[in-house]
Design a protein around this ligand. Structure first.
Ligand code: ADP
Ligand code: MG
Length: 341
């Protein structure tokens, strides 16, 4: 006798919880996803409010497009996105999101409250959702934009919760994500409050001013601008003086089409360009923006979208190296950079 059929489709709540394992590793991952959604919604002002390094509360408030009643509900479905429609769209992505899984994942492992209103709508929508289960949906008065509160992250995943590090370590990760978004979007005003203390209050500014606002005035004299362009890719940004290189890593940033990415091969291009000017094993400061036609890149490698493949990686290496070499070589660090907006 054959055995009976035993395969079943998983309920959405379990599928979402499994997907959440990849997308939401810690409070910082939720902060990143919510900030990126606010950026995609064209917000010009974004507030982040945290309690206990995001363990008990992560709230992101934006003045972006807001959502309709139906979209507000849809936004928590898995693979639900307004950012792509057909497979070709994967080759022309300019938005931060496109996988449609962040909100579904976050809602699977936290208690979430969404308040949103589109410009022109009389009322907004309030949705409360606990571990993928919608508890409340009602019309409410609301300002234009979106506010999402994520409470008690991993309340239903004890193993993940116990895996979290101390508040200071988790906060370090949150600050990393916050600073990456702040660097990528100097034109957006951003605030960060932690346990009622203001950590950052960044006005809209040019990139160089944003760097100084984040890292302090001492960076002002240390930066050299960097620019190079080919038909394939353009590079712009700032590098720190060779003497300014540090023993520890952490202030090296690549953004490809405004998305922060990690790329050891390109990091190597920068280090090679500094060749001979910095001691071995020290790390120069850099914030470099690469702009490239999205059809030449693939960011759909990992759910967190911090890895990227270029179709011609060698060209990118060459131009990054050339741009940095030129900036180091000119050594014109006395050039006056205009810090005013
Ligand atoms: P993705 O960003 O990949 O599309 P998400 O799960 O992060 O997936 O969000 C799902 C959808 O919800 C988005 O495509 C967008 O339409 C909507 N959305 C999410 N956050 C916001 C926001 N802050 N403002 C406006 N719309 C939002
Ligand atoms: Mg998103």
């Amino acid at each position: 006798m054959p055995s009976p059929d035993i395969i079943q489709l998983l309920p959405d709540s379990i599928a979402n919880q499994i997907a959440a394992g990849e997308v939401v590793q810690r409070p910082a991952s939720a902060v990143k996803e919510l900030l990126e959604n606010a950026i995609d919604a064209k917000a010009t002002h974004i507030q982040v409010v945290l309690r206990e390094a995001g363990r008990t509360l992560i709230q992101v408030i934006d003045n972006g497009s807001g959502m309709s009643v139906t979209d507000a509900r849809m936004s928590f479905e898995r693979h639900a996105t307004s950012k792509i429609r057909k497979s070709e769209d994967l080759f022309s992505i300019r938005t931060m999101g496109f996988r449609g899984e962040a909100l579904a994942s976050i809602a699977a492992v936290a208690q979430v409250e969404l308040r949103t209103r589109q410009d022109g709508d009389e009322l907004g929508t309030l949705i409360r959702i606990d571990g993928s289960e919608i508890k409340t949906q009602e019309s409410v008065a609301a300002v234009t934009g979106t506010s999402i509160s994520v409470k008690n992250l991993f309340f239903n995943v004890p193993a993940r919760r116990n895996f979290l590090k101390s508040n200071s370590v988790e906060m370090r990760h949150v600050l990393d994500e916050f600073q990456r978004v702040a660097l990528a979007h100097p034109e957006v005003s951003l605030t960060l409050h932690h346990n009622d203390t203001e950590v950052f209050n960044l006005p809209p500014a040019k990139l160089v001013r944003r760097i100084v606002d984040i890292y302090g005035k001492s960076y002002r004299e240390q930066l050299a601008s960097c620019q190079e362009e080919t038909s394939y890719v353009s590079v712009r940004g700032y590098i720190g003086k060779p003497e300014f290189a540090r023993k520890t890593r952490g202030e090296q940033f690549f953004f490809v089409n405004d998305r922060y990415i990690k790329h050891s091969y390109l990091h190597h291009a920068v280090i090679s360009a500094f060749d001979g000017t910095i001691p071995d094993g020290s790390h120069p400061f850099y914030v470099l923006f690469l702009d490239i036609d999205p059809s030449h890149i693939d960011i759909n490698i990992h759910p967190t979208k911090t890895e990227i493949k270029f179709d011609d990686e060698k060209s990118v290496y060459a131009i990054v190296m050339a741009a940095v070499k030129k900036a180091v070589g000119m050594y014109n660090f006395s050039q006056s950079i205009d810090f005013d907006d």
